[in-house]
Design a protein around this ligand. Structure first.
Ligand code: ATP
Ligand code: MG
Length: 418
């Protein structure tokens, strides 16, 4: 019987895992330096969580959520696989009253997310995100901190990125320019997809995020720039961010058409792009402010901002990692009568030498084929357990210079050196 994995998900083989863990480690080490604490979120949540946060007109809620069908008719709840992490962190923050527990409210998460999308390079139905969230810190210090941290991550990973930024205003000034945008788009008389027809009524800015309609509108909307419609407060805030970035010599491009795919954003938004992937999948990290999201769940104003790094796409553009030379030692037996003794030696050595990888012992393999396997695995040394073990000795083979000698087991560690 031959069974494939399902469409849009994939196995991460050892080489992929190595890359993923490397990226995860760099992210983790950097954010922890800035006082972020990890929260491990459940993989399943109530669907209503995303309707209230990510938004009813978002791609995620309208068409990308995987629903879990509960076979128990009496316990039917709308449960979904998590499509993103921010909503879960906000839920956990409110549920566990984290605002009183942590003076500094900086959290991070890592894990797989699930979205029903058309699978292609850099776009999967199960993918990994590393996300950071800062609660209760106002713009602009927290915005600049996010950018500094993400720049440090990409610098460490040696990935060249282009930082695109924009502001989408506050709830007040957005009302005005959204109406102007609505009228403009109506005037173009262009046939929009069903979803964008709906968006035009409910949330026209969202159309900027449509992979089919937006390219048709882009040129026509050339003279539409959110920045011309911002209120004084939003204008000043954005200017201060630009000043902060320039003073720190951080390169950026203002992309006036950049909005984010989720409803909860306001003010400063940004994306990190790469030239190495196709335009439809070239965003490696995205984020911004969402000052009103927590208020929706907790009737208390808690400003917030955050970002999510798309680990799968970062894996695509990460240079091949240098092969790290692990120190491997083989344990072989002359024949199976020495197997148990070989296990004893393995346990004794393994306990004391945490940095050495021990391979063996093997049964039903000739000494010659054990040697071939251990050589192919790049072992530096091989212990051969045979008759000599009665006198507490083994034969130690050095694969680096092709020599061998009889060594007393009590002194073996003195010899296991490169
Ligand atoms: P896109 O416009 O590419 O669909 P998005 O706006 O839906 O992205 P976010 O929800 O902001 O993306 O997620 C942050 C990052 O997670 C993205 O920039 C991307 O790197 C990654 N990401 C999102 N969806 C997928 C996916 N289906 N497969 C792989 N990575 C993804
Ligand atoms: Mg998307």
């Amino acid at each position: 019987m031959y069974i494939n994995s399902i469409r849009g998900v994939r196995d991460l083989l050892p080489e992929d895992v190595k890359k993923l863990r490397y990226i995860e480690r760099i992210c983790r080490e950097i954010v922890e330096k800035y006082g972020f604490k990890e929260i491990i979120l459940p993989t399943i949540e109530n669907s209503v969580l995303y309707q209230h946060s990510v938004g009813e007109t978002s791609d995620i809620v309208t068409k990308q959520m995987f629903e879990i069908v509960n076979k128990d008719e009496k316990d039917k709840k709308n449960i979904v696989l998590r499509p993103e992490g921010t909503a879960g962190i906000v839920r956990a923050f409110v549920e566990h009253n984290l605002k009183d527990k942590y003076p500094l409210k900086r959290f991070y998460y890592f894990g797989s997310m699930f979205r029903y999308e058309r699978p292609q390079k850099g776009r999967f139905r199960e993918f990994y995100q590393f996300g950071i969230e800062i609660f209760n810190e106002f713009s602009i210090s927290s915005d600049l901190l996010l950018i500094n941290i993400i720049n440090e991550i990409f610098q460490n990973l040696k990935i060249e990125i282009i930082l695109e930024i924009n502001t989408i205003g506050c709830l007040e000034c957005r009302k005005d320019f959204v109406n102007i945008l609505k009228e403009k788009i109506k005037d173009f008389n262009i046939q929009l997809c069903n979803l964008c027809d709906e968006r035009l009524k409910k949330n026209p800015l969202r159309i900027f995020d449509c992979k089919t309609d937006f390219p048709k509108l882009k040129e026509k909307l050339d003279d539409f720039n959110i920045q011309n419609y911002l209120c004084e407060k939003c204008k000043f805030n954005f200017q201060q961010i630009l000043f902060g970035l320039s003073e720190q010599k951080i390169n950026y491009i203002i992309n006036p058409m950049l909005v984010r795919g989720l409803d909860y954003y306001n003010g400063f938004v940004f994306e990190y792009k790469t030239k190495l992937l196709d335009a439809a999948q070239n965003t490696l990290c995205a984020g911004g402010r969402y000052d009103s999201l927590i208020t929706k769940f907790l009737s208390k104003d808690i400003p917030a901002c955050g970002a999510a790094l798309g680990i799968d796409r970062i894996m695509e553009v990460l240079e091949i990692l240098e092969k790290e030379e692990s120190f491997k030692v083989g344990i072989s037996v002359v024949n199976e009568t020495f197997l148990i003794k070989a296990f004893e030696i393995l346990k004794m050595l393994s306990l004391k030498n945490k940095n050495i990888i021990f391979l063996g012992p093997f049964s039903k393999k000739s000494l010659k084929s054990q040697m071939r396997l251990l050589n192919n695995e790049n072992c530096k040394y091989v212990l051969v357990v045979g008759e000599e073990v009665k006198d507490n000795n083994i034969v130690l083979k050095n694969f680096m210079n092709n020599t061998q000698q009889v060594v007393n087991l009590n002194k073996i560690e003195e010899y296991l050196k490169i």
